[in-house]
Design a protein around this ligand. Structure first.
Ligand code: ATP
Ligand code: MG
Length: 353
């Protein structure tokens, strides 16, 4: 069986370091592993419109921003197909058929949907399209016959829902759809990176992000303003490392060689954590170190982004060609779906049979 990846991001803002450690870095690693036959990376504009119906301009503007972030991180159009969701209309048709295989109460139980409804104050006025987005995500995944979906932990309930739809479809209409596997980052701190404000998730919608395109001074300010252990008031106080965003970021970003380069008095992260727990290590010192680590990680990405910013017509062509290729692939799946459902009436006079 072909090994195929499908994953993507909503163009609701530029991408941030949560996306990077949670999904982008993993995608680039998988892309370069040579283990995958096809890789599809989707800019999910139709999904972004489900909670931004009144702000199509915002979604439109961010399509190029997300594409630039992709290229900056090392997604390579020669190896990965980058495309725009709404340019593949087959996805909408698949969604419509899959909706019949899912109950309202099942979507209501989806914990990510629940959390997002609360975050957007949608309780009394949920747009139907927003409510159905897990189903449209199942259409995205299955349209490309994805075997692997590299995403952050917040996407686990979506993958479960997708698998249920696959099983239901296959049992009702016959073996047609591919069952996908989720690929989470191995490093637990990367699966759901908290915001700089200490909130459970760094998210474009919460405005608590360090963006991949932030300038060095902006990054420094954000790191120095980060939430830490609220009980660690004086340097001598013992501090807590668990759940402390500064240490979670170090877990997510720090490589052993950064100690030698920026903080040689410690042998590594464990020694730094022990000192913080004992007391006598100030937040400012840890944050300064974290700043240098993040700067070192983001500098090459920012530089590559700037070079792509000079070549926007090329980026446009990458998306145009990628969307055409994606449509071809999705059309093949849709034809198989229609055949399985026996609604391919005009193929070989099927309606007469
Ligand atoms: P929005 O607030 O518009 O939903 P978002 O910041 O949650 O935006 P998405 O486009 O929904 O970003 O998510 C894209 C991908 O990035 C998904 O695979 C998701 O799991 C991953 N991701 C997003 N935020 C984080 C995070 N803080 N930590 C780890 N992974 C994340
Ligand atoms: Mg999200």
């Amino acid at each position: 069986m072909k090994q195929i990846i499908l994953t993507g991001d909503r163009p609701t803002g530029r991408l941030h370091v949560g996306h990077y450690v949670g999904s982008l870095k993993e995608r680039v690693r998988l892309q370069n592993s040579g283990r995958y036959d096809e890789i599809y990376i989707m800019i999910a504009d139709a999904q972004a419109l489900t909670d931004n119906a009144e702000h199509p301009e915002k979604v439109r503007q961010n399509i190029m921003q997300v594409a630039l972030d992709y290229l900056a991180c090392g997604l390579d159009p020669a190896k990965s197909t980058l495309f725009i969701q709404s340019m593949v209309p087959q996805l909408t048709e698949l969604t419509f058929y899959y909706m019949n295989l899912v109950t309202v109460s099942r979507v209501q139980r989806n914990p990510t949907v629940k959390a997002e409804i609360a975050m957007r104050n949608f309780e009394a006025s949920i747009p139907v399209g927003f409510f159905c987005y897990p189903i449209s995500q199942a259409a995205d995944i299955t349209a490309f016959c994805a075997t692997a979906v590299p995403v952050g932990e917040d996407q686990m309930p979506m993958l479960e829902q997708c698998k249920e739809i696959v099983h239901k479809f296959n049992s009702v209409y016959g073996e047609t759809l591919t069952d996908p596997q989720i690929i989470l980052p191995q490093n637990a701190s990367c699966q759901r990176l908290p915001g700089i404000d200490g909130k459970a998730k760094m998210s474009k919608s919460l405005g608590n992000c360090i963006y991949l395109s932030d300038e060095p001074e902006e990054i420094r300010k954000k790191v120095m303003s980060m939430f830490t252990d609220p009980n660690h008031l004086r340097v001598e106080d013992p501090g807590t490392v668990e759940g402390n965003p500064v240490f979670i970021y170090l877990d997510a970003f720090c490589r052993p060689e950064y100690f030698e380069e920026f903080l040689p008095e410690y042998s590594g992260l464990e020694e730094l954590k022990d000192h913080y727990r004992r007391g006598g290590l100030g937040d400012v010192k840890v944050k300064k170190f974290l700043n240098r680590v993040i700067q070192a990680e983001l500098e090459p990405i920012r530089e590559r982004r700037k070079s792509w910013e000079q070549r926007l017509p090329e980026v446009y062509e990458i998306l145009r060609e990628g969307s055409a290729a994606a449509e071809k692939k999705a059309a093949k799946t849709l034809a198989r779906v229609r055949h399985a459902m026996r609604i391919d009436y005009f193929e070989n006079d099927n309606l007469l049979k």
